[in-house]
Design a protein around this ligand. Sequence first.
Ligand SMILES: [Zn+2]
Length: 413
Amino acid sequence: MMDQKKMLLNWIEQDREALIDFLSCFIQAKSPNPPGDTREAAAYIKSFLDARGLPYRVIAPQETMPNIVASFEGPAPGPHLVLNGHIDVFPAGDSDNWTHGPWSGAVVDGRIYGRGATDMKCGTTASIFAYAYLHRIRDQLKGKLTLTCVSDEETFGPWGARYLLEHHPEVHGDCCLNGEPSSPLTIRFGEKGPLWLAFTIQTTGAHGAYPHVSASATKIAARLIVELESLADIQAVVPAQVEAVSHRNADLIDEALGKGAAEILHKVTVNIGVIDGGLKVNMVPGTCKLEVDIRLPVGLDKESVMAEVQKIVARHPEVSCREINYTPPSWCDPNGEMVRYIQQNVRALKGFEPQPIASLGGTDARLWRYRDVPAYVYGPFPRNMGAADENVEIEEFLHVVRTHLLAAYDYLC
Ligand SMILES: [Zn+2]
């Protein structure tokens, strides 16, 4: 087994330049979402699989958003591992702010630059290469390995992993491994759930000199915003295992997610993403609209939060509330089999053990967890994720490839 692992690591060493080149070209194959057209980037993955004689299917319920699914089985029965990564990326924003163009895939000073470098073309590349290497030794593996490269992730869209899981039960598997940014220090076993609400405040409005005639929609919005802060006081019923690892890894959570993260991980947070109200300085606003991003911790359901929201709304007859989007929080066993494999391999490769933590942001891994399939995220640091000059260190990228390959290998042995 050790010899075989050495061989796998040697393959990565031999392919060092090919791996760097693959990620660079993958970034150059633009796939910003919105609009989410991933055909060029998907064609790039297909050409890689074609060149290696790896069979795959394209499942594209929405023509511009193809999903690529490949699968093989070993000769002996065993569990089914799914490697999942998304192809679409955030939009580039203003390219003038980038030192290297957002679609350059520039390889400079040990880093690869471009939109998607860390979120998540690095991780998806790790899935693709791990799949290709393990395919070579499939005769010696147990169980089944599936690769899913999906579209429509960045906007919680319905045409990517959600479609696959609903319509193709063959991709459920027994465990899912995903290379979204996590930092090499942590393994993500859970995540908060976003609940997006739109509030509309409607009054009659008036001339600015006549505030006695109409209530102000913007002033009511201001009061509403302050009152929504009280949602942070709702107590989640955090599962004991989750509580235990969060307590143990509080410092690491702050290190990986920014100082203060451990404190909000198990609390409701409220972000007023959009305020839109008023027409003119000398008019009492008759309408104001808010879009609010509420994040539910593991152990809390939408109904508990909405009950509080409705209480607040009931205090203001001018306010109505509508749900824009909801995805429940998710978690799986923080001490699961895959966690151990990742830890053991990273210890052997780097001398430290990444620790399981729940995460703040959303990933497709949740979709597997909803189906009671444990799903773990292990990927690079989120360097400039969603900002200009997004990049990944080459050494970190290769570390993610090695870890995914060896952990998947252990799982199928
Ligand atoms: Zn992502």
